[in-house]
Design a protein around this ligand. Structure first.
Ligand SMILES: Nc1ncnc2c1ncn2[C@@H]1O[C@H](COP(=O)(O)OP(=O)(O)O)[C@@H](O)[C@H]1O
Ligand SMILES: O=C(O)C1=C[C@@H](OP(=O)(O)O)[C@@H](O)[C@H](O)C1
Length: 163
C-alpha cells in the first residue's frame, strides 16, 4: 500500500480525519505528534519550551523517515523542511486538508496544546498565509474541509485517491 500523508494547518483536522480514514480503509493510522510524544516521553509544548522548535523539527524528520505504510497525520509544520517533502513524495500520496482560518480559529479557541497557536492574531495570520502557499505547492490532492464532517472528508479522500 501507498502511505497516505495528511497535511494542513494546525486544527485543519488531520488527526480527526486520519482516524476516520483508518475506520473506513482498515489501514494503520499514526499521528506524528503522538509518535514524537511517545518516543521522547514528553509533551509537544515541553519539547518546544525546553529544546526549541528546531529540535522538534528534527524529531518530525525522524518520524517521516521511520513511518510508512499507514495513514499518517503530520504536524502543520511538516512542510517547513524540504527533506520531509522528498520522503513523502517517494513513499506515498500527499493530501492537503484546506480549512479557512476563520474555521480553525473557532476550533482552536480554547486550545493551549499548540505552541505556535499561542501567538498574536497577526502572527497566526502570517503563518497561515505562508504555510498555505507551501501546502498548495506540495499536495497531490487538496480537499476543502469547511462545513464537512470528518467522515465526509474521509469519504471524499477515498474517492479522490481512486480517481
Ligand atoms: N471536520 C471537522 N468539523 C468540525 N470540527 C473538526 C473537524 N475536524 C476536526 N475538528 C475539530 O478541530 C480540532 C482540531 O482537530 P485535529 O484533528 O486535532 O486537527 P489537526 O490534527 O490538523 O491539528 C478538534 O477539536 C477536532 O475535534
Ligand atoms: O504547525 C506547527 O508547526 C505545529 C503543529 C502541531 O501539529 P498539528 O498541525 O497537528 O496541530 C504540532 O506539530 C506542533 O505544535 C507544531
Amino acid at each position: 500500500m501507498k502511505t497516505i500523508y495528511l497535511i494542513g494547518f494546525m486544527g485543519s483536522g488531520k488527526t480527526t480525519v486520519g482516524k476516520a480514514l483508518h475506520e473506513l480503509l482498515q489501514l494503520p493510522f499514526v499521528d506524528t505528534d503522538q509518535w514524537i510524544e511517545e518516543i521522547t516521553g514528553d509533551s509537544i509544548p515541553n519539547i518546544f519550551q525546553l529544546s526549541g522548535e528546531e529540535a522538534f523539527r528534527l524529531l518530525e524528520l525522524q518520524a517521516i523517515q521511520e513511518l510508512s505504510k499507514a495513514i499518517i497525520a503530520t504536524g502543520g509544520g511538516i512542510v517547513e523542511k524540504e527533506d520531509n517533502i522528498e520522503m513523502m513524495k517517494q513513499k506515498g500520496i500527499i493530501i492537503y486538508l484546506k480549512t479557512s482560518l476563520k474555521e480553525i480559529s473557532q476550533r482552536l479557541q480554547n486550545d493551549n496544546s499548540r505552541p505556535l497557536w499561542q501567538t498574536s492574531i497577526s502572527q497566526r495570520e502570517q503563518l497561515y498565509q505562508k504555510r498555505c502557499h507551501l501546502y498548495e505547492k506540495y499536495a497531490d490532492k487538496t480537499i476543502s474541509t469547511d462545513e464537512k464532517t470528518s467522515y465526509q472528508i474521509a469519504q471524499e479522500i477515498v474517492q479522490r485517491i481512486n480517481e
